[in-house]
Design a protein around this ligand. Structure first.
Ligand SMILES: Cc1ncc(COP(=O)(O)O)c(C=O)c1O
Length: 491
């Protein structure tokens, strides 16, 4: 019964949404009244109200007191098709984000822009000479690598090196329990398929890396977003409340230098989270791609290091710390090795072995620690320079995260500023930034942007940050001058 009702209002909302996108209703148009919609659609008052609230949350329309619902001027990004219930405060949502993400990326992927968009270290920070030598020597030493299928879970040399690196972070994993994957993306996809089936609910941080939302969408999983802050990361207290109400299969979390808000969970909170999940029998899919990029004295310890029960499926890669183009990641799937390995075999048979050998050789060399040290130093400088530049260029009312690792900065703009519009105007000025709504479902994070600090900071970046600051000011002023108009319309 509940599902049927949900279906009706979602269908109505999505039809009105298409009409807005197709230009049937234009900016400023008043939508038909609630009574008219009830009778023309033969649906209840509650269904119409839910549909309109959903459209409002997604940014398509705005409610004007005593007047009705009007089409807004900004096209929204978020493609959510449900909303949190008032009763519990949280509800699982189905996801429809991939088209939006693709369209933003097509726009930011232009060579002529100052790139604050892609979360990648600049290619000059990749040890490409050493890597290419290692890969060339692997293929020279064993040309038969070209003519064989690899071992599905990965070559033993690389798995041993990965186990060594994991133990340096406090995680002791048998190399035989590891699966080498094509990036963390494949590791997380495998982990999700192991613990959940279509229709199941998975908790995500809000905001979270949009790739996670795309994975959930593709696997037909429902997302339960739980707020995360730059200071503390995932709100465990809210998660505990949600777990009392909803049946959840897994939590997907980036506890160390999360993308986009840069949060790094304290150790005591990591332990409390694990205890909570153990108590509820919920798996944790830990994404640790930024863990090696800490600015302080010690590397944050992965939650996997505290795991006694096989609760944590640990995923990582070298995309952020060595070379994204190698596409090498790994999964430590806890008690789920057989199932994960079987899915890996059916999906890709194995990860390209020549790359695995080359990487194993690089990891075994004395260059590796030097590489990590210099990368961390460089990224820290870039993050600090951009942080400083934003503080001096953006208007009052802006908050800027100060991450202690990784290389993305999360900026909360004055409340009236729409980040999607800022993203558009910035692109028109040759600057790419990612709007906050790409990192969330449910129409939140709309006055936030993510800035990647992967590129060296110079005069061009400084000027671009100044331009962004001016655009934010411009948008604030426009929003303020729009207020009297709205007031007039109400009377
Ligand atoms: C938090 C997070 N996890 C995973 C990935 C994807 O990793 P990979 O390139 O290894 O597939 C990204 C890429 O931006 C990310 O930010």
């Amino acid at each position: 019964m509940r599902n049927e009702a949900a279906y009706i209002y979602q269908r109505l909302a999505s039809r009105i949404e298409s009409q807005i996108l197709d230009g049937v209703y234009r900016t400023g148009d008043k939508l038909p009244s609630i009574r008219t919609l009830c009778s023309s659609e033969s649906v209840s008052h509650a269904s119409v109200m839910h549909a309109l609230e959903l459209l409002e949350m997604k940014g398509f329309v705005e409610a004007r007191p005593k007047s009705g619902y009007y089409v807004k001027s900004i096209s929204p990004l978020s493609g959510v098709s449900d909303r949190p219930t008032r009763r519990s405060g949280f509800a699982p949502l189905s996801i429809d984000v991939s088209d939006v993400i693709e369209s933003v990326f097509q726009r930011v992927n232009r060579p002529d822009v100052v790139n604050f968009g892609f979360a990648l270290p600049h290619p000059s920070l990749t040890p490409y000479e050493k890597l290419s030598k290692a890969v060339a020597s692997a293929s020279r030493n064993d040309p038969e690598l070209f003519g064989r299928y690899p071992q599905c879970s990965g070559i033993p040399e690389l798995k041993r090196q990965l186990a060594v690196r994991l133990s340096l972070s406090g995680c002791h994993v048998d190399p035989e329990e590891l699966i080498v994957t094509v990036g963390a993306t494949e590791a997380m996809n495998l982990a999700l398929q192991v613990v959940a089936k279509p229709g199941d609910t998975v908790v995500v941080e809000s905001p979270c890396y949009f790739g996670i939302l795309e994975m959930l969408e593709r696997l037909s999983l429902r997302a339960l977003p739980i707020p995360s802050s730059s200071e503390h990361g995932l709100n465990i207290e809210m998660l505990a409340q949600a777990l009392d109400v909803h049946s959840v299969k897994a939590v997907v979390l980036t506890p160390s230098f999360s993308n986009p808000n840069g949060s790094c969970m304290r150790d005591d909170r990591r332990k409390s989270l694990l205890q909570l999940l153990d108590d509820h029998g919920v798996s944790l899919i830990e994404d640790d791609v930024y863990g090696d990029l800490y600015f302080g004295k010690t590397r944050p310890r992965p939650i996997k290091a505290y795991d006694q029960e096989g609760t944590v499926l640990y995923c990582s890669s070298f995309s952020k710390s060595i070379a994204p183009g190698m596409r090498v990641g790994w999964l430590a799937p806890g008690g789920h090795f057989e199932k994960a390995n079987k899915i890996k075999r059916t999906q890709t048979i194995g990860t390209p072995p020549i790359i695995q050998y080359g990487l194993a050789q690089f990891l075994a060399s004395s260059s590796i620690e030097r590489h990590f040290r210099s990368l961390r130093k460089q990224l820290k400088q870039q993050v600090e320079s951009i942080h400083h530049a934003v503080l001096s260029a953006f208007p009052e009312g802006t908050s800027v995260s100060k991450p202690q690792g990784g290389f993305v900065i999360w900026i909360e703009l004055p409340e009236t500023v729409n980040a999607l519009e800022l993203h558009r105007r910035a692109l028109a000025n040759g600057i790419s930034v990612i709007p906050g709504s790409m990192f969330a479902i449910g129409g939140t994070q709309e006055n936030r942007i993510r800035i990647s600090c992967g590129n060296p900071f110079g005069q061009r970046s400084r000027d671009a940050i100044r331009t962004l600051g001016s655009l934010v000011r411009e948008l604030s002023v426009e929003a303020l001058s729009a207020v009297p108009l709205r007031k007039r319309a109400r009377n």
